[in-house]
Design a protein around this ligand. Sequence first.
Ligand SMILES: [Fe+2]
Length: 173
Amino acid sequence: MEHDRPVAREHLLDWLRDAHAMEEQAETMLKGMEGRLEHYPELRTRIAQHIQETQHQAERLRFCIQDLGGDISLLKDWTGKFMATMQGFSGAMASDEVVKGSMFSYAFEHMEIAAYRNLIAAAQILGETQTAQVCQSILEEEIAMASWLENNMSNVVSQFLLLAGRDPGAAKR
Ligand SMILES: [Fe+2]
């Protein structure tokens, strides 16, 4: 059985728009965390780096969408819909916000990893090499962020528990 190319192409475009919305959501979430962190300098620095990467990722996705002949004027609505589904999370109010925030970031990175693997598969089916390459390079940044969190979350927990005994207000961020 052959793929129906126009149908596959529309799905690829939708998934690129989803990914763009995901990056805009990631940027909002990461900026929120970065702006609030005070007692976790390493986490803050890594998040600042990933904010830069995330902004560049969103820009590259817009180029991919345009390159495939897709409309980027509707991206804002798309982001709004995506954000509405993510609003269940508001770790900023939690007494352990740094722990919840890094846990949520780790989970979010893995959702991004899954999304880019799917995009690469779809782009390859359609022979859209450039889109596949862009998604591959974004995927590598997400994997790097996920593995940084994997290696550093235990330090965050340790620092949190140390501070929690002395100054719970400081511990949370
Ligand atoms: Fe990302």
